[in-house]
Ligand binder design. Structure first.
Ligand code: GDP
Length: 459
């Protein structure tokens, strides 16, 4: 088995890390420095990555600020034949002179070094992690052995060394569009909502926008909004549920440009118009025309919105002149649920740009759907659900060999992305992927927001 050696000054959490990796409480853990005496070995299968981990006694037995040759020799020996050194620091305590001394020494050893910033739960370790960059071992891996955080990051960092190959270019990389990954800021639900209103010509986009802006206080001058050059207009909508004003940024849509310009474009596909607005929006309202129902063109726009990873709402406009409204509504509901798989359950509201009916409901739905689109589920909660979902309906065993689903993590939000680790995942049927996606949507409350799922098989 490939070998990973844990190195670090006393009390940074080496034994806890060892235990966390090996998965058994076999090491003696104590707050007192110097409790770990012997070199210990344990077999690890980290998300399917198999290796042996070695916990060194190297630095423990001596004065923290000296590096006697005997201990150095000990650790040096354990490094022989090691594939990776896992250099552990305490991100809450920050860097100490001994950390720096170990770092210097490690640089002289002929082994790749990964820097593990332990005790990084919460925010208390942020400074320590920043400091750790200065050690020159690349990005520190934030980790919490105690809380079980950072497993996937560690896995990803170890993998190329253990498998003796560089990662494929695109593997484990966050998809470019919208994926902020781990560095993303927590989403602030009071931030202005970027909203686009799209739809076929004549669906009533301009009328709707005028109605919305006319009712509410413009934050920027009115000219800024409705002129041909404008990109967006900020305004406040008073949420009737709370009485609180909420800020909305209406982003560029054909409906916001000068009427003449819109007319020029009537011949063009409204899909092309929608594309532009979608780029800047968090939530997109697809406006249908109640006198025409749901048409193929509408489904194309809806599909585009979801492909771009934006949250979608469907609003049926001109409800004031709709014929047979309840049958119409149910018909559209059914068509959406049974049309594109990803449209199932998408919020649907009936509105009238002329009378103002349904507009509050539409905007409430927009804020709600942004919430789901921005939500992060803890890895613990995610895996509780995952284990139960896999137990309830185990994956098939093509050719008698079982597909193993080990672990799930949410890699980003806006839109939510999930990564599942396991073995033989290339053989997982798409129906099973759909089963998991439906579970994420229904049981973890993501509803109809576009959710991405990636399968990762080590090896
Ligand atoms: P756009 O091309 O999507 O911007 O559509 P417009 O806003 O120009 O509206 C097209 C036509 O539909 C206009 O004649 C509007 O007066 C009409 N219209 C828009 N919304 C409504 C509505 O809620 N009810 C009714 N009855 N007519 C509407």
């Amino acid at each position: 088995l490939p070998q990973v050696v844990i190195i670090g000054r006393p009390n940074v959490g080496k034994s806890t890390i060892f235990n966390r990796l090996v998965g058994k409480r076999i090491a003696l853990v104590d707050d007192q420095p110097g409790v770990t005496r012997d070199r210990r070995y344990g077999d690890v299968s980290l998300l399917g990555l198999d290796f042996q981990v070695v916990d060194t006694a190297g630095w423990e037995d001596e004065e923290p600020d000296t590096l006697p040759g005997r201990m150095r020799a000990q650790t040096e020996m354990s490094l022989k034949g090691a594939d990776v050194a896992l250099f552990v620091i305490d991100s809450r305590a920050g860097l100490t002179p001994l950390d720096e001394e170990i770092a210097r020494w490690l640089r002289g050893q002929n082994v790749p070094v990964l820097l593990l910033a332990n005790k990084a739960e919460g925010r208390s370790g942020d400074d320590g992690i920043m400091e750790a960059y200065a050690l020159g071992f690349g990005d520190p891996i934030p980790f919490s052995a105690e809380h079980g955080l950072g497993t996937v990051d560690l896995f990803e960092a170890l993998r190329p060394h253990i498998e003796g190959e560089e990662l494929d270019e695109d593997e484990f990389e966050e998809p470019a569009e919208g994926g902020e990954g781990e560095e993303e800021e927590e989403h602030d639900s009071s931030a202005p909502l970027s909203l686009a209103i799209v739809g076929r010509p004549n669906a009533g986009k301009s009328t709707l926008i005028n109605r919305l802006l006319g009712e509410d206080r413009l934050l920027t001058g009115p000219e800024a909004g409705i002129t041909r050059d404008s990109i967006s207009v900020d305004w406040q909508w008073t949420d009737p549920a709370t009485g609180e004003p909420r800020e909305i940024k209406l982003v560029d849509t054909a409906g916001m440009r000068k009427k003449a310009k819109v007319q020029d474009k009537l011949e063009r596909l409204s899909v092309a118009d929608a594309r532009h607005a979608i780029d800047y929006a968090e939530v997109v309202v697809l406006l249908l025309d109640a006198t025409r129902g749901l048409e193929v063109q509408d489904l194309k726009i809806a599909n585009l919105v979801l492909e771009e990873g934006r949250a979608l709402i469907v609003a049926v406009n001109k409800w004031d002149i709709a014929e047979g409204p309840s049958a119409l509504f149910n018909g559209i509901r059914t068509a959406l649920d049974e049309g594109l798989a990803q449209l199932k359950g998408v919020p649907l509201v009936a509105v009238s740009a002329i009378t103002g009916k349904g507009l509050d409901q539409m905007l409430s739905a927009a804020f709600e759907v942004r919430e789901a689109w921005s939500r992060r589920v803890s890895t613990a909660a995610l895996n509780r659900w995952f284990e139960q979902a896999v137990d309830a309906n185990p994956p098939p065993a093509p050719g008698g060999k079982r597909i193993k689903l080990r672990y799930i993590t949410q890699s980003s939000t806006r839109p939510p992305r999930f990564v599942i680790f396991g073995t033989r995942l290339t053989e997982l049927p798409t129906s099973y992927e759909r089963y998991l996606l439906n579970g994420i949507r229904r049981e973890l409350g993501f509803g109809a927001v576009p959710v991405r799922l990636t399968l990762k098989s080590p090896k």
